[in-house]
Write a protein that binds this ligand. Sequence first.
Ligand SMILES: [Zn+2]
Length: 296
Amino acid sequence: MENKSILIIGAGALGSVFLENSRGMFKKVGIFDGDIVSKSNLLTQPFYSGCDFSSPISKTSFAVGKMSSLDSSTEYQGYERYFTESDFRIMKEYDIIADFTDNVKSRLTINEGCIREGKPAVFASLNDKEGFLYFYEGNACFNCLFRNSIGRVKEGCESMISAPEKEFITFLMESVSEFVSGGIKGSEIRVFNLANKKILKSTVKRDPECEACARHTSNSLGNGFIQICSSGIKFSYGKGIDLGVLSGRLSGSKLYGEYLVYNKGNKSMLVSLEGDFLFSGYSKSEAEELIHSFLA
Ligand SMILES: [Zn+2]
């Protein structure tokens, strides 16, 4: 395990506790967070208590400095920003991804990246009743779980009023170690009940309808990549599109400079010269059908 690398996304209550307890466990540790350390963090994130607040410092920068001084055998690399799609390429440099963010939107982005880059991942959250871990390794993804259990996957740290307790930290560190060393195969949920300290284990099946990992999305659109986001369905072709030709094929479409707009009833499609498509009101299969017809 000491020869593995891990990318930690989110250095808040959970991420900072994991970092502090993972000394010497990894060859290289990446830390992603865009937050500045604030005094209000100290209650739930004692990791930052050495911060002097004389000038603003990011959690990432503080964490890299602190961990490097505590653990000279590990290489710590910081990324002082929030993780977005343009950071998927950074995942390539690590063996395992650890999601310690506290909102579902970030989790779904991270999940997307792990599927694309083929990286195993652990998704962790903690609220005042339970700690939750989900292990992904190429089968059922976080979205397979999430889309079937709306309301059951709770947002993390917002309801936390104190730092994670010792028993939970032990559960977290032991479970992640087990995963990193191959003892957990993925598609597994572990829930730690903070009241009675009991651990519930369960496995998740891949959802064939999953927007994020369903097989038919992976190769059928050439080099392009389709994804569901809050504004609709996005597809990136990966290269430029001749909008004049496309407009000729699509009666009723209009060209506006670098964009083509197509409206039909309550459905609309926007295509950019650069090859980005945005569909609103379309189902995923309708959008795929349209893309196929254009790219044929
Ligand atoms: Zn999935």
